[in-house]
Design a binder for this molecule. Structure first.
Ligand code: ZN
Length: 188
């Protein structure tokens, strides 16, 4: 991303919405927005393979591993407005497990792009499955979308839930039920 170029575009955008980009409060806004966007969109350039390889450990206990309440911050690709919330991840390791902090790296890598929640959920699940060759993976994500809350239908309290289940989490109802119970979302 060319931050200089992005800053110029933001300056143009400010004029277009009726602002004066030269007034005191806005003078450094274009460069701030450019820097902020470079961070928020850094998932496009992230080298996930490199990150993950250093954090995969041998394990032969094939129990279910659960990590709850991983914070998610992303931008929707339809309005470029934030959506944010939590994601819960579970997987059954075949012979390898992932360092817990690396799960957060995986979620950040895919969240720091223009996204829709459904795709973000599926990409995280697929990445975990392939990183440790897991026999099954489940991801549940609950997010609030500012494009729904601030504009459009103005539904301030609705939370969108998406899920992606792969392998044994998909094929075996008991495994899926165990996962949902462990993340606090048991089937009624
Ligand atoms: Zn949107």
């Amino acid at each position: 991303m060319n931050e200089q170029r992005v800053a110029e575009l933001i300056r143009e955008l400010l004029k277009e919405i009726g602002e004066d980009p030269d007034r005191e409060g806005l003078r450094r806004t274009p460069s701030r927005v450019a820097r902020s966007l470079a961070f928020l969109m850094s998932g496009y350039g992230a080298d996930l393979k490199e990150t993950i390889n250093q954090a995969v450990f041998e394990s032969h206990a094939n129990n279910m591993i659960i990590i709850r309440d991983i914070e998610i911050y992303s931008l929707c690709e339809h309005h470029m407005l934030p959506f944010y919330g939590r994601c819960h991840v579970g997987y059954i390791a075949a012979a390898k497990v992932l360092g817990a902090s690396k799960l957060a790296r995986i979620t950040n890598c895919f969240a720091r792009r223009l996204q829709i929640q459904e795709r973000l959920t599926a990409q995280i699940a697929r990445e975990i499955k392939s990183a440790v060759n897991a026999e099954g993976v489940g991801v549940v994500m609950e997010c609030r979308h500012l494009c729904m809350m601030m504009r459009g239908v103005e539904k301030q309290n609705s939370i969108m839930t998406t899920s992606s289940v792969l392998g044994s989490f998909h094929n075996d109802a008991a495994t899926r039920a165990e996962f949902l119970t462990l993340i606090g979302r048991p089937i009624a």
